[in-house]
Design a protein around this ligand. Structure first.
Ligand code: ZN
Length: 91
């Protein structure tokens, strides 16, 4: 039984069983297409990882900063945040 391969670029039958594409031109197009797809997926993944990391760091550092400021002012974190919020509203 022989399976008929279909060229993923132009949809024509691929006669050479060792090839994925029907011709050299489609092979090139298919390769470029794969590269673009792979690059997009990689960029997306990198972007998501970066955002995740940045978000976590930012949240942690601002919380730590607030906690430190509250300690320095001799207040609890809740008191300090309430005071800070009131000050911002006045400005
Ligand atoms: Zn083709």
């Amino acid at each position: 039984m022989e399976k008929v391969r279909i060229c993923p670029v132009c949809g024509r039958e691929v006669t050479d069983r060792n090839r994925k594409y029907c011709c050299e031109e489609c092979s090139k197009k298919g390769y470029i297409r794969n590269q673009i797809k792979r690059n997009k997926e990689r960029d997306q993944r990198l972007k998501e990882e970066k955002e995740k990391r940045a978000g976590r760091q930012k949240r942690e550092s601002s919380l730590q900063e607030l906690a430190r400021k509250a300690r320095e002012a001799g207040m609890t974190y809740g008191q300090y945040v309430a005071m800070d919020y009131a000050r911002i509203r006045r400005e």
